[in-house]
Design a protein around this ligand. Structure first.
Ligand SMILES: *[C@@H]1O[C@H](CO)[C@@H](O)[C@H](O)[C@H]1NC(C)=O
Ligand SMILES: *[C@@H]1O[C@H](CO)[C@@H](O)[C@H](O)[C@H]1NC(C)=O
Ligand SMILES: *[C@@H]1O[C@H](CO)[C@@H](O)[C@H](O)[C@H]1NC(C)=O
Length: 306
């Protein structure tokens, strides 16, 4: 919960966005004419991409304009009747991240669904400006009933986001042939770079793993285990395994296709599954030492984009 908010306000979204995450903004529209906006955006630099621009207007046609700002340009506006938040009124705006859209509720009532035009995972910043006063901004992490009562990210590590790259994950260029398992290829990794692995989990899979290896071991061993419904992450330095990280959900499913993206940031790997954030893993080995990518286990690969 962020309190004492002076508008214009820009702040980071703790833990970034993932499916099921909700942001609640309470405030009051200034009386009279004017406008205000709430942006969910990729970083705070000028010209940053804005995934969702929510903009009630009270000058001219009273309406709520929603839009996306990408690559320095606004997209096409979506306009809605704004009778739900008249000038002078207090409001509670709840934005929930859904797989295909942001769901916007005002004072508990459905207001609109805004379809994603750019992926939500690079969104890490919220900004509010205009003729509004803000009482609170709070974030709720998702809880998936299927995976016990723990939130997907119980303790989000202090993970300083690398300047995010907005835009869809790299579409693999048509490979000459489907990659086969076990897979091994040499790679270079550094903050700002990501790899995307697409494939399908075997119907009776027990496990698979992805190794980001370096000369003396494995910087990241990422190991989904279907019998235990967990993803184990670890590092091997020489012959020694470190301490396992096991928190978080199991985003892979037997028999299902998946897209796994590993983004290298300054302090951690951010791991996305099907576009939603699944895990982070703080670097134990400098990522620029990584020299190969290895994939093995009960999956079929369709593409690996380095
Ligand atoms: C907006 O909604 C209100 C209440 O439903 C309605 O009275 C009004 O006519 C609507 N305005 C427009 C421009 O659709
Ligand atoms: C709305 O905000 C603009 C810019 O900050 C300001 O010039 C204007 O006076 C405000 N209007 C109201 C009604 O507060
Ligand atoms: C990944 O690392 C583990 C642990 O060293 C090793 O057993 C496995 O063979 C590696 N996978 C590949 C495909 O090389």
């Amino acid at each position: 919960m962020v309190l004492l908010i002076i508008v214009p306000f820009t702040g980071s979204i703790h833990g970034g966005l993932q499916e099921g995450k909700a942001i609640t903004i309470t405030g009051q529209v200034r009386p009279g004419t004017g406008r205000f906006h709430v942006n969910l955006q990729c970083g705070s630099s000028p010209g940053a991409d804005i995934a969702l621009h929510f903009n009630p207007r009270y000058d001219g046609d009273s309406c709520v304009v929603s839009n996306t700002f990408q690559h320095g340009k606004w997209g096409s506006e979506e306009r809605n009747n704004n009778s739900m938040i008249p000038p002078g009124s207090t409001f509670c705006l709840l934005i929930t991240v859904c797989r295909d859209f942001y769901q916007l509720k005002i004072n508990g009532w459905q207001f609109m669904d805004y379809r994603h035009r750019i992926p939500f995972y690079p969104v890490d910043t919220i900004s509010v400006g205009g003729n509004v006063s803000i009482n609170s901004i709070s974030f709720q992490n998702p809880v998936f009933p299927g995976y016990g009562a723990f939130p997907v990210q119980p303790a989000f590590p202090a993970c300083v986001a690398f300047p995010p790259q907005c835009g869809f994950p790299p579409q693999p260029s048509f490979p000459p042939a489907m990659p086969t398992v076990p897979y091994k290829n040499s790679i270079k990794f550094k903050p700002g770079k990501s790899i995307t692995i697409q494939g399908t989990v075997h119907p009776s899979a027990t496990r698979f793993h992805v190794n980001l290896s370096y000369h003396f071991g494995i910087a990241l061993h990422y190991n989904p285990r279907f019998s235990d419904s967990i993803v184990v992450r670890n590092t091997k330095q020489g012959e020694h395994w470190g301490s396992e990280e096991r928190a978080g959900g199991m985003p892979f499913h037997r028999g299902q296709p998946f897209m796994l993206t590993i983004c290298c940031e300054n302090q951690c790997f951010r791991i996305l599954v099907n576009g939603a954030q699944a895990h982070t893993y703080n670097h134990r080995v400098p990522p620029n030492k990584i020299s190969s990518l290895e994939i093995e286990g009960d999956i079929t690969l369709t593409s690996v984009a380095l």
